[in-house]
Design a protein around this ligand. Structure first.
Ligand code: PEP
Ligand code: MG
Length: 580
């Protein structure tokens, strides 16, 4: 049994078989061969070994020609290893005796070799593990070739283990088959984490290097509540987690009783509860949970799930699906928020040293006005079919907002000229996710109809902590007093100006913060649909007076640790069974 600690990003427990994706995204399932396929599998292995040897020799030659024989000899060691009869025999034995596929045998044997190197005290020898991984990859590339499969094609229940997963790879997972995932890299606020929560898939990120310790098909446990991953669990641990799974199922059934109850405090103050979505197919869950509308539609996923720039019709058909299914409830469409960890076919500059401070989000949209205008036309067209609102992300100064509004006005004029229906009075809002926007809130109040606080970014920009970096993850927290002060400032300014303000970052969907947010003056929250019932429950168990008293107490504290302890105690007082 091996226990790893990572960052808990999507709660729940999952127990199942590992599906290992290596660094290049190869799927290496443990596949057993029928008896009559063994000879051809051995032949496939031998061909791959031979082809890899030739490939390495070519590389050796090329490097030797350019840089001299000394450099070329780096490859000689690789070639020697691929030709090693002992290695060959070990691989063949696994195929013949255990009926493993050639790729599974390669991955298993070479990872064992790499582990031996990694465990050596000699730094030089430990680094030889990378050579072994290199050979493994070359062989797998040969063996898998065209057979490299996509995560969306997985059709049996597995837990995915990978070096990293992009937000779009995560979004392509089918929760009925992919029951959980763990990545070696990644941070608490990255979009991969957010998508996992949206899908309700238990997930741990930033678990550090562990892929060489695990083979496809092994049993693992993912504990998405505590950020733990357990490889090859013993019977006692398995039994404990199976019990935990039963408890969670019971808790989920109990929560469902809240589905159609209003989101209001114990003393009857109605709180608007909205859903955050990435895809139209999430609206049924939002409706089932009784939400008042969609507070954040991350429309950039229309881009992330394609290889070509979407047409106006591509956008429009998705938007219409959302608007129609929400049956007159408000739908806030957040305009393109690409760049940084959400890479699409729109090229970001490849020499960006700090992509999260670079050409992302509204800045990228304003750089590609033609693409932006197409999206805005589609949003406007959808506004003829329901209560559609448009919201600009990452606004950091007034001119940026004005430029975005100008593109919107242009799109309106075009539609008008063409006689296409849309709502001329479409409400226009902006996200508050940069400290400069908070400082200028009074001015922004004069130029927008509503605000939504995006804490995922506000936390990273307020505290100078990359939301996707595991090495600074402990610093990335909404409990930091500086973040809480910024949020208070934003809410106070908007409330004083009579402008609606909501919150759609992950903080609003975390019951730990519900009392604090109500106490600070928020009356509208937009949350991941999978978190809606827990937030509703947290609202229904408390009075506004209790929330305001708690907010006052929290504002007097000076460290994230004290804030968290205070919030935890208070939540457990009201909801003793809450998992936090
Ligand atoms: C946020 O930053 O809080 C937000 C909701 O936007 P995203 O997570 O998509 O960056
Ligand atoms: Mg954001």
């Amino acid at each position: 049994m091996l226990r790893l600690e990572g960052i808990a990003v999507s709660h729940g427990v999952a127990i199942g078989e590992a599906l290992v994706l290596d660094n290049e995204g190869f799927r290496i399932p443990r596949r057993f061969l029928p008896r009559n396929a063994i000879d051809s599998e051995v032949k496939r292995l031998e061909e791959a070994l031979e082809a890899t040897k030739v490939e390495i020799e070519k590389n050796r030659q090329r490097v030797a020609d350019r840089l001299g024989d000394d450099y070329g000899s780096i490859f000689s060691a690789h070639a020697q290893m691929v030709s090693d009869p002992k290695l060959r025999q070990e691989l063949v034995d696994l195929i013949v005796e255990r009926h493993y596929s050639a790729e599974y045998s390669v991955s298993r044997v070479l990872r064992q070799y790499a582990k031996v190197f990694q465990s050596l005290d000699d730094k030089y020898l430990a680094e030889r593990a990378n050579d072994v991984f290199d050979i493994e990859k070359r062989l797998l590339r040969r063996l898998l070739g065209e057979r490299r499969e996509e995560l969306s094609q997985v059709t049996s229940e597995v837990l995915v283990l990978a070096r990293n997963l992009t937000p779009s790879e995560t979004a392509s997972m089918k929760p009925e088959f992919i029951k959980g995932f763990v990545t070696e890299t990644g941070g608490p606020g990255g979009h991969t984490a957010i998508v996992a929560e949206g899908l309700g898939i238990p997930a741990v990120v930033g678990a550090g290097n562990f892929l060489s310790d695990v083979s496809g098909g092994e049993t693992i446990i993912i504990d998405g509540d505590n950020g733990l991953v357990i490889l090859r669990p013993d019977e006692e641990t398995l039994a404990r987690y199976r019990h935990e799974l039963d408890e969670q199922a019971r808790h989920a059934v109990k929560l469902k009783e809240l589905n159609q109850l209003p989101c209001e405090t114990k003393d009857g103050v109605r709180i608007q509860l909205h859903g955050n979505i990435e895809f139209p197919n999430e609206t049924p869950l939002c409706l089932e949970r009784g939400v008042d509308g969609i507070g954040l539609y991350r429309t950039e996923f229309v881009f992330l799930m394609r290889t070509e720039v979407p047409t106006e019709e591509d956008h429009f058909s998705k938007y219409l699906e959302v608007v129609e299914s929400m049956q007159g409830r408000p739908v806030v469409m957040r305009t393109l928020d690409l760049g940084a960890d959400k890479l699409s076919m729109i090229p970001s500059p490849d020499d960006e040293k700090n992509p999260f401070l670079g050409l992302r989000s509204i800045r990228l949209a304003l750089k590609h006005v033609d693409i932006f205008r197409i999206q805005l036309r589609a949003i406007l067209r959808a506004s003829a079919y329901g209560d559609v609102r448009v919201m600009f992300p990452l606004i950091s100064n007034l001119l940026e907002l004005r430029r975005a509004r100008m593109v919107l006005s242009d799109a309106m004029e075009d539609l008008e000229e063409q006689g296409i229906a849309f709502n001329r009075d479409i409400p226009v809002g902006m996200m508050v996710e940069v400290p400069s926007a908070v400082m200028m809130m009074d001015r922004f109040c004069q130029e927008v109809d509503f605000f939504s606080i995006g804490t995922n970014d506000l936390v990273q920009y307020a505290l100078a902590v990359d939301r996707s970096n595991k090495d600074v993850a402990p610093l990335y927290t909404s409990s930091d007093p500086a973040v809480i002060r910024l949020i208070k400032m934003a809410i106070d300014t908007a409330n004083a100006a009579g402008k609606p303000i909501s919150m759609c970052g992950q903080m609003s969907g975390t019951p730990l913060y519900t009392m604090l947010l109500l106490g600070l003056g928020l009356r509208s929250l937009s949350v991941t649909p999978t978190a809606a019932l827990e937030v509703k429950q947290a609202c229904r168990e408390v009075t506004l007076e209790e929330c305001e008293a708690l907010a006052k107490r929290v504002l007097s504290l000076d460290s994230a640790r004290d804030v968290k302890t205070c919030l935890r105690e208070e939540l457990l007082r009201h909801l003793p069974n809450q998992i936090i």
